[in-house]
Unconditional design. Sequence first.
Length: 271
Amino acid sequence: MASKREKISDSCSRCLSSKASTQDGKARVRRVSIEGNIAVGKSTFARLLQSACPDWEVMAEPVSHWQNIEGGTSKGTGASPQTTVSNLLQMMYQDPLRWSYTFQTYSCMSRLRTQLQPPPARLLSSEGTPVQVYERSVYSDRYIFALNMFELGCINSTEWAVYQNWHSFLVEQFGHQVELEGIIYLKAPPKKCMERLENRGRAEEKGVELDYLDKLHVQHERWLVEKTTEIHFEKIKQIPVLQLDASVEFQSDPEVREQFITKVKTFFNTL
Ligand SMILES: Nc1ncnc2c1ncn2[C@@H]1O[C@H](COP(=O)(O)OP(=O)(O)OP(=O)(O)O)[C@@H](O)[C@H]1O
Ligand SMILES: Nc1nc(=O)c2ncn([C@H]3C[C@H](O)[C@@H](CO)O3)c2[nH]1
């Protein structure tokens, strides 16, 4: 009997679109980000996608980098130099006024690095619809988190002006390399995200309150549903968005998982 993974992969090859090639005969790799509130289930959903189709490459959000920033070596009193390690995620949650701007510079830089990684060879030689899937993006860094921190007063107007200036410069300089073809928006009520956040129990998030998740929810709705957020990049203004109801418990229900995968495949084939 075929395993679940084989089953999903079989159905994957059954609904391939014809190969869209570039001039050098390589497959055109689509780039899609998964967006959504904290603990809505992006990483969980990303793992589902990774196991569903070999043509999809999922790139995780680099949270562990934010939790372990190696500082310079500190010279003690004669003892061997020690490397200091700081947890910027924790610092940002503990003292957002002091650390939010620093956090956004680092998170955005790490997202940029992720989005600049070339697709693996297996995607370039794919006969199907190869897709690089990112957990969040340089766009949510600005239009969800940094904007929210500015509106909360944790980033002041000078910091916000500086952030926007270098963000626009970098995105324009890297141009096509950091564009996206689509966005998957995982949506759930903030209360559901709060439940999941508490169950997950990530130490740095102990002080996160429902009000913060409410505000992030509003930012996602403004950007991806109402389209009232001012966006500064033409392609991102018109980007196709697949909205999925992430409040359903797909982990325990194979049918729900299949439905999600089918929707995602159909979406990818339109990009
Ligand atoms: N559909 C789901 N049904 C039930 N529980 C879920 C579902 N998706 C995720 N979870 C659980 O919710 C918690 C948060 O999920 P996950 O870590 O995937 O969220 P995330 O959106 O990636 O979080 P973050 O915003 O911090 O990156 C985990 O404990 C996970 O097991
Ligand atoms: N302030 C802030 N800016 C960001 O760009 C950002 N991206 C993610 N996060 C927080 C949410 C989760 O706790 C945790 C993992 O997603 O990190 C962010 N926080």
